[in-house]
Design a protein around this ligand. Structure first.
Ligand SMILES: Cc1ncc(COP(=O)(O)O)c(C=O)c1O
Length: 385
C-alpha cells in the first residue's frame, strides 16, 4: 500500500500500520478524499500539510509577487478532465508545490506592498484546519453551541472597542460587502418604520422605497452600489457626494444634497461615513457626519472595513472620533486584524433592531443566550470562525 506522504510506511498489518491499510487486501492506493481515514493516516496527512504550509510561508521571503504565467497560461496549466478516480494525497501535495505555489499572489513577500489583504497571523492559519474539523454552523445555537457563545463574545469585544453601548450587538459576516448591505438594510427598515423581513408582515414597501435616499462619498467602495441594487433600490438613490482635498466627504455638499432631496419630497434614509477609503485610506469626519445624520433623522452607517483596525492604535484612534455614534459599523477582520479570508462583521448600536432582520415568526431576542447568529444576518449556514 502507498502512504499519504512520500515517507516510508510500516508493513501493512504491522502494529503501527494505518488501520486504513486494511483495504480488503486490494493493495489499492489511498486517495486524498478517502472518508475512512484512520488516526495514523490522518496524523500523517496533517503533518504533511503543516510541512506544506510552513514551506509555503518560508518560500515567500523576497519572492516575486506574481509568477510568470498569464491568465490564459494558467487556465491551460489547470485544464484537465474531471477525474474518475481520487488522487493520492502525496500527488496533491506535489501539485501544490509545482502548480499552485508559483502562481499565487505572494501576500507575505517583502515585495508585496500591503494594501488591505494581510499576511494572516500564523495561529489563525493553522486554526483553519480546526474550523474545518469541527465544522460548526452558527446558523443556530444547537449547531454550534460553543461557537455561538464565542462569536457573541468576539462581537461584544468589537462593540466595546468601537465604543458602542451595552445594547450593541452584531454578527460576523463573509466580509465587508455583506456587512455594508446589512447596514443599509437596517437603514431601510428604520426609514420605512417597519420590518419587511417579518413573515407575518405581508405589506410590501411600495412606492415608499423609491423615495429613500442614501449619502456616501464618491470615494466609497462599490459594495454600496451593489447594496442599493440588491435592496431593490435604484443606483441613483445612492447620492455620491464630492470629496475634499484629502479625499474625505465634503460635509457642506452632503448637507446641501440632503436638503435638496427633502425639498424634492424625498426621504433621506442613511448617511454613510467611510473610515478608510479603498483608494487612499482617507477617514471621513465621522463626528460631524453623526451630527448631520441625527439632524435629518437618518441612520448613520460607518464603513470601517479598511480603517477600523485603527481603533487598536493608541496614537491614531482619535482619527475615528464619532464612530461610537454610528447606528451600524461594518468591520473586516480579514483586513488589518490579520485574519485569513473570509471574516467580516456588522455591529449594530441597537442589537434588537438587528434581530428583526430575521424571517422567523417569533424570533427569540437576538441578545438571548440561545439565539443563533447567522439567522439575524443575510446568510444562513455560516462557519464558526
Ligand atoms: C472600504 C471598503 N469597504 C468595503 C470593502 C468590501 O469588503 P469585502 O471585500 O470584505 O467584502 C472593501 C474591500 O476592499 C473596502 O476597501
Amino acid at each position: 500500500m502507498k502512504s499519504w506522504s512520500n515517507k516510508e510506511q510500516p508493513e501493512s498489518g504491522s502494529p503501527q500500520s494505518p488501520a486504513g491499510a486494511d483495504d480488503g487486501g486490494a493493495g489499492r492506493e489511498r486517495t486524498a478524499g478517502d472518508p475512512a481515514a484512520d488516526e495514523t493516516s490522518l496524523r500523517e496527512m496533517g503533518y504533511a500539510m503543516v510541512d506544506l504550509v510552513v514551506d509555503y510561508m518560508n518560500g515567500l521571503e523576497g519572492r516575486r509577487v506574481y509568477g510568470p504565467l498569464t491568465p490564459l497560461g494558467l487556465d491551460d496549466t489547470f485544464a484537465e478532465e474531471l477525474p474518475e478516480e481520487g488522487a493520492p494525497f502525496a500527488d496533491l501535495i506535489q501539485d501544490f508545490r509545482t502548480r499552485v505555489f508559483p502562481n499565487t499572489m505572494a501576500i507575505g513577500s517583502k515585495r508585496y506592498f500591503g494594501m488591505m489583504n494581510p499576511a494572516p497571523l500564523p495561529v489563525a492559519v493553522v486554526s483553519e484546519a480546526l474550523t474545518a474539523a469541527m465544522n460548526q454552523n452558527t446558523a443556530s445555537w444547537r449547531h454550534s453551541p460553543a461557537g455561538t457563545a464565542i462569536e457573541k463574545r468576539v462581537v461584544r469585544w468589537l462593540c466595546d472597542l468601537f465604543g458602542l453601548p451595552e445594547t450593541g450587538f452584531g454578527t460576523l459576516t463573509d466580509g465587508g460587502s455583506l456587512a455594508n448591505i446589512t447596514g443599509l438594510k437596517l437603514a431601510v427598515n428604520q426609514a420605512l418604520g417597519r420590518d419587511l423581513s417579518q413573515v407575518d408582515n405581508l405589506e410590501g414597501p411600495g412606492l415608499e422605497m423609491a423615495r429613500l435616499t442614501f449619502y456616501v462619498s464618491g470615494q466609497a467602495h462599490y459594495s454600496f452600489d451593489k447594496a442599493v441594487d440588491l435592496l431593490g433600490l435604484g443606483r441613483g438613490q445612492l447620492r455620491k457626494i464630492p470629496h475634499d482635498e484629502i479625499y474625505r466627504i465634503d460635509l457642506q455638499a452632503l448637507e446641501e444634497s440632503i436638503k435638496a432631496d427633502l425639498e424634492a419630497g424625498l426621504k433621506p434614509a442613511c448617511v454613510i461615513g467611510i473610515a478608510g477609503t479603498t483608494n487612499t485610506g482617507s477617514i471621513d469626519k465621522l463626528d460631524r457626519m453623526a451630527e448631520i445624520a441625527k439632524r435629518y433623522g437618518c441612520w448613520f452607517h460607518v464603513d470601517a472595513a479598511y480603517g477600523g483596525a485603527v481603533i487598536l492604535s493608541e496614537m491614531y484612534r482619535s482619527m475615528l472620533r464619532g464612530i461610537d455614534r454610528a447606528d451600524s459599523i461594518a468591520v473586516d477582520p480579514h483586513k488589518w486584524f490579520y485574519m485569513p479570508f473570509s471574516c467580516g462583521g456588522i455591529l449594530v448600536r441597537n442589537g434588537d433592531f438587528l434581530k428583526r432582520f430575521r424571517t422567523a415568526r417569533r424570533p427569540p431576542k437576538a441578545t438571548s443566550a440561545a439565539a443563533g447568529l447567522s439567522r439575524i444576518g443575510a446568510a444562513f449556514t455560516k462557519a464558526t470562525k
